[in-house]
Ligand binder design. Structure first.
Ligand SMILES: Cc1cc2nc3c(=O)[nH]c(=O)nc-3n(C[C@H](O)[C@H](O)[C@H](O)COP(=O)(O)OP(=O)(O)OC[C@H]3O[C@@H](n4cnc5c(N)ncnc54)[C@H](O)[C@@H]3O)c2cc1C
Length: 503
């Protein structure tokens, strides 16, 4: 079954069995239940790019039969117990910013919106932590913490449209993950409700024995619903120091990033743009247009997307890549680390561009997706990750695989001493809407296959959803049986978010 099998042409009415259970559902959540067409439509999809194509075709994925808004753990437990009894699927819903089809109600059922879990506790300055509800929006949390002089250090590009629960469920990573880690590194403990209807609260770190919190994080609603988390916070940084470098090739840029980490430097952000991404970024409003060739390539990239076969070979001529690093913390340490990074990069032949491009990147780091959508071209993204030894091969194989039908851009980010994430963008000429779906499916098969055959992990932080379910299961090997056993234990009736992670 392909992912497209979940698109339907018109909104089917809610199933009679769910309408019959409306009273019981309503009692479970103090009346906050809806079977209205508009609500079901709003919860029918996330930001899976293919779902945008469906929307343009007037098609929607199968919607949930009902939407509920619980506000306590007991409400959630009651909904789950009722769903077990009546065999309805339950789909936890954060803000719907996922890009892998993680909230699509493959078998209908109940969308469980967690946004009423919106409490943000006081920061404990001694323990440096804060208790947060799973439905709190990222931007709200960050602003609230900043106002009190703290930061979580978690800045996904989707911070304005994603929730804490969604982050936990997908193992999200922010743009400063090189310093603060991914969300799973920030968690001291989590609470929620299993697919059995039992409540759980994990012990607070540090402890010994199996780590239950790590077992359920990344489970994308297939094992449990998160209701709250205790998260580590840090004092708001005193200073941010930016610097950008040009390298003559992707290989050199990657070598430099690896070296920074192996020398013990901990930049908050590390962002290496491949030649086309550097060129494209140079076209963004306000960007410094210091170099003619990247500028020309960028202009071409926006205007000549219908010629990927002609455009991609330009990558052999335009090889310059831009590395942006940012250190934050107290002034003395941030500046000392910046000097260390500059010395390492310059000794590897980089050209120092100063702080301007870095500051510009930071200011506009969340704009680019929307700018690309404006070009009228077809547009898709894929993120994967790889250990350092495989990063270059993954990059080259994906480029080669997609090169005949899409202009390929790549950003390398979320670096650590072990490896990094590769964030690909595929730009193609606009096609008739009827052909867009087939092209997207072909693109995904080709590029994800190329990446995994070169040794990439199927996802670094966007999750698995429906989009990468098969590839994820294939990547597990024998581990697939252990995951299936866990699913049977935590969700014995298979009601929790069916189909996601291939479960
Ligand atoms: C433009 C754009 C940029 C993005 N940039 C980033 C980025 O920089 N870093 C990053 O990590 N991601 C990024 N994403 C992806 C997305 O924002 C993340 O996956 C985010 O964590 C999803 O949060 P959400 O609250 O919107 O979850 P949703 O989309 O509502 O749900 C995602 C999955 O989590 C499950 N879920 C949601 N809440 C809960 C809960 N409380 N308990 C159990 N399961 C739950 C859902 O069932 C679903 O399977 C980006 C997306 C877009 C559109």
């Amino acid at each position: 079954m392909t992912i497209a099998s979940f698109a339907v042409h018109a909104l089917p009415p809610p199933r009679q069995a769910v309408l019959d259970a409306r009273g019981a559902l309503s009692a479970a959540v103090q009346g906050r239940v809806s079977t209205k067409e508009l609500d079901r439509l709003a919860y029918a999809r996330d930001l899976l790019p293919l779902a945008t194509v469906w929307a343009r075709q007037g098609r929607v994925p199968r919607p949930p039969d009902a939407v509920v808004w619980p506000s306590t753990d007991d409400d959630v437990a009651r909904v789950i117990r009722l769903a077990r009894e009546l065999r309805f699927a339950v789909i936890p819903f954060g803000a719907g910013s996922g890009v892998c089809g993680g909230t699509i109600a493959t078998t209908g059922g109940i969308a469980l919106d967690l946004k009423r879990f919106d409490s943000i506790g006081p920061v404990d300055p001694q323990r440096r932590c804060v208790d947060v509800g799973a439905g709190v929006m990222g931007e709200t949390l960050q602003r609230r913490l900043e106002a009190r002089g703290w930061t979580l250090g978690h800045f996904p590009a989707s911070i304005a449209m994603s929730t804490v629960g969604g982050w936990l469920a997908t193992r999200s990573a922010g743009q400063l993950s090189a310093r603060y880690g991914k969300i799973e590194d920030m968690v001291l403990s989590v609470s929620g409700v299993l697919g059995t209807g039992e409540r759980f609260e994990t012990p607070e770190r540090p402890f010994t024995g199996p780590d239950f919190a790590q077992l359920v994080m990344g489970s994308e609603g297939t094992l449990c619903t998160f209701t709250s988390a205790r998260l580590r916070v840090h004092p708001r940084p005193e200073a941010r120091v930016f610097r950008a470098f040009d390298f003559s090739s992707v290989e050199r840029g990657l070598d430099a990033v690896r070296r920074l980490f192996r020398e013990g430097l901990r930049p908050a952000a590390v962002h290496l743009a491949d030649p086309f991404a550097s060129a494209f970024d140079a076209q963004q409003p306000g960007a410094s247009k210091s170099s003619f060739l990247p500028g020309l390539a960028g202009a071409l990239a926006t205007r000549a997307l219908s010629w990927p076969r002609l455009l991609n070979p330009l990558g052999r001529v335009v090889t310059k890549c831009r590395l942006t690093v940012m250190f934050e913390g107290d002034v003395k340490h941030a500046e000392a680390e910046d000097r260390g990074a500059a010395a390492a990069c310059l000794s590897m032949g980089a050209v120092d561009l100063g702080e301007g491009p870095g500051r510009h990147w930071f200011r506009h780091r969340n704009d680019s997706n929307f700018r690309r959508a404006e070009t009228g071209a077809s547009f898709d993204t894929m993120e994967v990750s790889a250990p350092w030894e495989r990063v270059l091969d993954v990059y080259q194989r994906v480029r080669a695989a997609a090169g005949s039908f899409a202009v390929v851009l790549c950003h390398f980010s979320h670096a650590s001493a072990d490896g990094c994430a590769l964030d690909f963008t595929f730009l193609g000429s606009a096609v008739a809407i009827d052909a867009a779906e087939a092209r997207s499916e072909h693109l995904w098969r080709t590029v994800l296959g190329a990446a995994t055959s070169a040794g990439a992990n199927v996802s670094h932080h966007h999750g698995i959803g429906l989009q990468k379910a098969r590839a994820y299961q294939d990547s597990l090997g024998e581990g697939r049986h252990a995951l299936a056993t866990l699913k049977r234990l935590f969700d014995p009736d298979g009601i929790m978010n069916p189909g996601k992670l291939g479960l």
